[in-house]
Design a binder for this molecule. Structure first.
Ligand code: HEC
Length: 85
């Protein structure tokens, strides 16, 4: 419950912080993929070796927090490319 609450706070912060939308694509992911809300980007890097795999993995997530991300494939791909760089 506590974890879910802090996750919700993160979502609210992401939505309310305009500067994030102008940052690098993968910075959006790092807001959650920091090792506490969701697996860190380094963990994602270890698990997915190609952009296609990472995009597929992101789309396969059943977590509601990934919903808005899954809807924007272009952004997802750009972010995946940055993460695996
Ligand atoms: C609002 C928070 C949030 C944002 C922003 C976010 N994610 Fe996630 N993501 C999650 C959560 C929560 C999960 C589920 C983690 C779990 O199942 O342990 C997840 C799961 C994933 C997975 C599947 C991980 C696995 O081990 O199967 C991938 C891949 C992923 N995200 C990629 C991304 C990418 C790329 C971005 C940026 C474009 C992103 N995410 C942005 C919260 C977020």
């Amino acid at each position: 419950m506590k974890k879910r609450l802090s996750a919700m706070t993160t979502v609210a912060l992401l939505i309310l912080t305009p500067s994030l939308s102008t940052a690098g694509e993968s910075d959006t992911c790092k807001g959650c993929h920091n090792g506490s809300v969701a697996p860190s980007v380094d963990t994602l890097k270890g698990k997915f070796k190609t952009v296609d795999e990472l995009v597929a993995g992101a789309k396969n997530s059943q977590n509601p927090m990934m919903k808005p991300i899954q809807a924007d494939e272009a952004k997802l791909k750009a972010a995946a490319a940055e993460i695996l760089k």
